[in-house]
Design a protein around this ligand. Structure first.
Ligand code: BEZ
Ligand code: FE
Length: 305
């Protein structure tokens, strides 16, 4: 008796059945023979190989296949120019982080990249050094400062820094329907590579979970909550663009887990609480409100590394 099993514990099929299934795979692989783009051909052949291996490994039922089609259809229906369910799906399956890992290989001491997320917009206002990104968003004021250098330690002047974050209620501006622009801005490093701005102390929030991806997370017993974070995108000439965020030391969600696998130890920063009345770095009067401060020094790898 054949006692060999697949990863799911199902018995392997007979030699005759395996030949029938191999024949399907081989015919699909051959269908790409005339593809003139070698990269596209490679990607489609590999996708076919892995997809068929998966179907055969779990012995996918027709009912399960139908459920998958319904799931993808629902993801399509909920997707529009503001809501991207397929990006969410890629994020919660770790596919986004894996693509980032493949494309941002470690280089000397360069700052690590993490997931982009769906809430970046191109139209964030410019603020001066020490400006405020809140734009009316609720939250504890947080002074964020740092320096941008290359991997040889040279300061990078004029680097463009985009920052964006959710408010205290866990929502980005684009999730409101009133067209507000809040909790986002861009600024440039000075001649010494330094930058500073007022943001909001990040708090944990769930990824949008009122659609098929949220239902899937619930079914598998996973939380949609992300560890508290502040997004950065840093661009500078001849250097690798960095998309990343910083996390908050002591955030309990770091222990529980980040729903999109975005946390890296090197990106967890101390956000030091400052009691009400503590003088601010730029003399700003916070009307007796407490505040926080953090430092994030950024190292950019050379372009094309
Ligand atoms: C975010 O960082 O805001 C985010 C990232 C991935 C999926 C959803 C949200
Ligand atoms: Fe985010």
């Amino acid at each position: 008796m054949n006692t060999e099993t697949t990863s799911t514990g199902a018995y392997r099929v007979s030699a005759e059945q395996a030949a029938v299934e191999d024949d399907v795979v081989n015919r699909v692989l051959a269908s790409f023979d005339c593809c003139e783009d070698p990269r596209l051909k490679q990607v489609m052949r590999s996708l076919t190989t892995h997809l068929h291996a998966f179907i055969r490994d779990v012995r996918l039922t027709e009912e399960e296949w139908n459920t998958a089609i319904e799931f993808l259809t629902a993801a399509g229906h909920i997707t529009d120019d503001k809501r991207q369910e397929f990006v969410l799906l890629s994020d919660v399956l770790g596919a986004s982080m894996q693509t980032i890992a493949v494309n941002n290989q470690a280089y000397k001491g360069a700052t690590e990249a993490t997931v982009f997320g769906p809430f970046f917009t191109e139209d964030a206002p410019e603020i001066p050094h020490g400006g405020d990104i809140a734009g009316g968003a609720k939250g504890q004021p947080c002074w964020v400062e740092g320096k941008v250098t290359d991997t040889d330690g040279n300061p990078v002047a004029g680097a463009r820094i985009e920052v964006w974050e959710a408010d205290d209620d866990g929502f980005y501006d684009v999730q409101y329907t009133d067209g507000r622009i809040a909790g986002r801005a861009h600024l440039y490093t000075d001649a010494e590579g330094k930058y500073a701005f007022w943001g909001l102390t990040p708090t944990p929030y769930p990824i949008p979970h009122d659609g098929p991806v949220g239902q899937m997370l619930e079914k598998v017993g996973r939380s949609p909550v992300r560890a508290a974070h502040l997004h950065f995108m840093v661009t500078a000439e001849n250097l690798r663009t960095l998309v990343t965020h910083i996390f908050v030391t002591g955030d309990p969600q770091l222990e529980i887990g980040d729903s999109v696998f975005g946390v890296k130890d090197s990106l967890i920063k101390d956000f030091l609480q400052q009691p009400a009345g503590t003088p601010t770095p730029d003399g700003r009067d916070l009307n007796g409100q407490d505040w926080a401060r953090t430092r994030f020094d950024i190292v950019l790898a050379p372009a094309n590394t």
